[in-house]
Design a protein. Structure first.
Length: 308
């Protein structure tokens, strides 16, 4: 049974009026009922806040809090919630405003995480990719390789919209800081928890309908066009910029990394300073890897041409 374990659901909102009703209803439909909802709104100028207020009035027996966000982008908004120690919970779950959760989303995550007292655990998983009308477009890739810091340095393993952290993992993240400068909250959470020696769980059973629409900040990356675009951006230096930003953030959180992972981070920094065959040799020695064959080919290419 999963009852009696309180989950704080953290949602960052901004101009989400078109779809947020569906997500709110899907949260209300969860078969794990011990939850509270915290929504941080980044200055919406549509009906988002009115919709949330109406939902709160319609659910007087629920703890639903709407507050003003920092208005500095989704990363800052989500991290302001995650790092707010006044939000007390046994677990936190991250929600996007435009998705839909399956009814067993929370209960399944809690069952997989289990009661691992004192051990930081981060849960994430696959998604069902859907159109605006919720018709199915496919599923996100199923990753099979081991999760850990050597993987986290070069990619995230799941969308933040699937993630759940236990108390120990959240406390770890709070100690690590808000990741100022890091690329996105989901990647940052993976890097921190794995880097500190925590346990990362990947659920191959999708529990979230991940809605694709024009307003998505980062949409599905599974299409042929998306893959081509990623190669193009890699050549333009975008991936190198991302890695540089993440490294700077990790330096500020170095005290929570294990000694081994501090060494891996230092090796990654040295790897980024070279190119050509030497870079490929260092990449192999460092043991960094992505989850797919194509991903590892692009990783090798980035190392070879100095775009890592």
């Amino acid at each position: 049974m999963t009852e009696g374990r309180h989950v704080a659901i953290l949602m960052a909102s901004y101009n989400g009026a078109a779809f947020i009703r569906d997500q709110l209803q899907s949260i209300l439909n969860q078969d794990h009922t011990d939850w509270s909802l915290w929504i941080s709104d980044d200055g919406s100028d549509d009906e988002t806040r009115q919709i949330v207020e109406g939902f709160r009035r319609d659910c007087p027996d629920r703890t639903i809090t709407l507050r003003d966000g920092p208005c500095e982008g989704s990363m800052k908004n989500f991290m302001s919630l995650i790092c707010d120690e006044k939000i007390a919970a046994d677990y936190i779950a991250i929600a996007d405003q435009d998705d839909v959760w399956l009814p067993e989303k929370l209960s399944r995550a809690l069952a997989l995480v289990g009661r691992q007292e004192g051990r930081p655990v981060l849960y994430g998983g696959r998604t069902i990719i859907v159109a605006e009308n919720l018709s199915c477009l496919g599923t996100s890739p199923a990753f099979r390789r081991t999760l850990g810091f050597r993987n986290a340095l070069v990619q995230s393993f799941a969308g933040g919209n699937t993630m759940l952290l236990n108390r120990a993992a959240r406390e770890l993240v709070i100690r690590g800081g808000d990741g100022a400068g890091a690329v996105c909250h989901d990647w940052w959470l993976y890097q921190l928890v794995s880097g500190a020696g925590g346990h990362v769980i990947y659920d191959t059973e999708p529990m979230v309908l991940y809605r694709q629409h024009d307003g998505n900040q980062i949409g599905s990356n599974n299409s042929l066009k998306a893959k081509f675009d990623r190669v193009r951006e890699l050549l333009r230096g975008r991936y190198r910029n991302w890695n540089g930003r993440n490294i700077e953030a990790l330096r500020s959180a170095a005290e929570i990394l294990t000694p081994e992972n501090r060494q891996i981070l230092a090796s990654f920094e040295r790897l980024r300073e070279v190119r050509g065959p030497r870079a490929l040799a260092l990449l192999k020695a460092t043991g960094l890897y992505r989850q797919t064959r194509a991903g590892n080919m692009s990783l090798a290419l980035a190392s070879l041409i100095g775009c890592l």
